[in-house]
Ligand binder design. Structure first.
Ligand code: SAM
Length: 288
């Protein structure tokens, strides 16, 4: 399929936006991509291809959407800002394989959407996410156990370094454990702040989260993540103090749990690997 309009050209963007009297909303994280090499790479590396469906979150004026439509069988784009809907129907009018939904992704039942729109089709998610909701969106996409192969998205560089850090290293946090629980994460490439209009204060990176088929089994996922989060609130303390202080567990009980999980009491939470958190969780189960 042929590219219709150069939606990464700042002149083209300005003329479309002024025609519609559109002004950027900082609150909605509207930084549109103007570096022409970025969207084709997100689409390719995000796995948009024949036979597949793609969900895009936050299409803006459609610069990434158009790359997705050219490659995949069907694209469903969810955009919260209703001012962008008429703009998208103009900029992407050529693509018959696109459906734009005016909704908040956080309020959207994505499981239902996938079964209604992509029945039986392999599906991936691609986005240049608004930074103000990166973490909740990523957690929702993974935690809802959607039947998707992967989530490929632009995030702030710092968030990419945190989400893709190997567990057991300084950059790892509770969000890293959550991402690692549900997916294999990779930082794909960096994108400078000058690649956006308006230019944000920070640089970005594109990450890919490939959903695991072997998600670990825990008795209560909510409790597991509460414990991990609690421990990371005291990340510089020993695991013993972190488990008791961060999770409100008596010190003697925390010690019993860690000993029975085979974890050295003087380690720091940031030094723990996934198996360690899983063993702590299991030891908590065994105590009842
Ligand atoms: N994809 C476009 C690009 O790369 O140029 C725009 C990306 S811009 C960083 C984020 C987009 O997400 C904006 O269009 C914004 O209106 C939209 N957005 C913000 N919050 C949203 C939400 N809760 N649900 C869906 N879209 C949202």
């Amino acid at each position: 399929m042929k590219r219709v309009q150069n939606l990464s050209d700042p002149g083209v963007i300005k003329s479309i936006l002024s025609k519609h009297g559109f002004t950027f909303s900082k609150k909605l994280g509207q930084n549109f991509l103007i570096n022409p090499s970025v969207c084709p790479k997100i689409a390719e590396m995000g796995g948009a291809k024949q036979g597949r469906g793609v969900i895009e979150i936050g299409p803006g004026i459609g610069v990434l959407t158009s790359e997705l439509c050219m490659r995949a069988d069907k694209v469903v784009a969810i955009e919260l800002d209703k001012r962008l809907i008429p703009i998208l129907s103009e900029t992407l009018s050529e693509y018959k394989n696109l459906k734009v939904i005016n909704a908040d992704v956080m309020e959207t039942d994505l499981k239902k959407l996938i079964s209604e729109e992509f029945d039986g089709m392999e599906t991936v998610i691609c986005a240049n996410l608004p930074y103000y909701i990166t973490s909740p969106v990523v957690m929702k996409l993974l935690g809802d156990r959607l039947p998707v192969k992967s989530v490929t998205t632009m995030v702030q560089r710092e968030a990419a370094d945190r989400l893709c850090a190997p567990l057991g290293t300084r950059n790892a946090g509770a969000a890293t454990v959550a991402v690692d629980f549900y997916s294999r994460s990779e930082k794909l490439f960096n994108v400078s702040r000058g690649s956006f209009m308006p230019s944000p204060q920070v640089d970005s990176s594109v990450i890919r989260l490939s959903v695991r088929e072997d998600v670990p089994e825990v008795r209560d996922e909510k409790r597991f993540f509460r414990t991990v989060k609690g421990m990371f609130t005291q990340r510089r303390k020993t695991v013993l103090n972190a488990l008791s202080g961060g999770c409100g567990i008596e010190k003697s009980a925390a010690e019993e749990i860690l000993v029975s999980a085979g974890i050295a009491l003087n380690l720091r939470p940031e030094q723990l690997k996934m198996e360690d958190f899983l063993r702590i969780d299991k030891a908590m189960d065994e105590r009842g």
